[in-house]
Design a protein around this ligand. Structure first.
Ligand code: ASP
Length: 241
């Protein structure tokens, strides 16, 4: 009896979830219409600038900061690292999920970089769950964007709160598509924005989230692999042979 009860409950919840997922595009359309009606078509220009800002920030992180960290902490050539990680980076880019990419990340780090099983099986699963620097960067920029659309000036203390809570939210975010966007609510609540105001803007951000998510997931897994290389080097392992 219990089995039938829980099975039926499960089927019911799946049906409700499917229904909500099918309704989502209409919801996003409604939210965008509301934003355009209240803020005018200028919102599209702002959204374009918001996307550009995040793409520039992520590019600086993946192509300048991470290679510098790799070079100064291991002495290896970052180009070798990018070549070794190419297929994992492509998988992260196309799936927008660090968790789904984890097996490919493991394979690249072990086979192409030469990190041992001990190090990679400790560092990479942990990295895929908690080390999401692309997501943290995205959340900070996202909250600043929301505050600008709402016309709220963030004080210095609020900006520091954004940095700290964005870091914590990125640690808590799951390695699945658009998890980072959902976690923005934690950050906006921490600085005292009203959920109802924020939800309308997040609806618009959701409409353009996919390309940003693809890029930040790629940054997330690349930084995990850099972490694995740094730890492996500190353990005396011989890499990139
Ligand atoms: N999609 C990202 C990941 O899996 C998380 C996010 O939405 O920022 O790493």
């Amino acid at each position: 009896v219990l089995y039938t009860f829980f099975d039926s409950l499960f089927q019911l919840i799946m049906k409700i979830t499917e229904f909500i997922i099918r309704l989502a595009p209409f919801g996003v359309f409604g939210l965008i219409t509301k934003v355009v009606a209240t803020s005018g078509l200028g919102i599209f220009l702002s959204i374009g600038k918001y996307m550009l800002t995040i793409l520039i920030g992520l590019s600086i992180h993946i192509f300048i900061i991470l290679p510098l960290i790799l070079f100064f902490l291991t002495g290896y050539n970052p180009i070798l690292h990018f070549k070794a990680m190419a297929s994992a980076m492509a998988t992260a880019f196309s799936t927008s999920s660090s968790s789904a990419t984890l097996p490919v990340t493991m394979k690249c780090v072990r086979r192409n970089i030469g990190v041992s099983n001990e190090t990679s099986s400790f560092v990479l699963p942990m990295g895929a769950t908690i080390n999401m620097d692309g997501t943290a960067l995205y959340e900070c920029a996202g909250v600043i964007f929301i505050s600008q659309v709402l016309g709220i000036d963030l004080s210095l203390t609020q900006q520091i709160t954004v940095i700290i809570t964005a870091l914590l939210a990125s640690i808590g975010a799951a390695g699945i598509p658009s998890a980072g966007l959902v976690m923005i609510f934690i950050v906006t609540q921490a600085v005292g924005f009203k959920d109802t105001d924020v939800a309308i803007i997040i609806g618009t951000m959701l409409a353009v989230d996919r390309p940003l998510d693809m890029f930040r997931t790629m940054v997330n897994i690349t930084s995990d692999s850099v972490g694995a290389a740094v730890i492996a080097k500190s353990e005396g392992e011989n890499l990139y042979n």
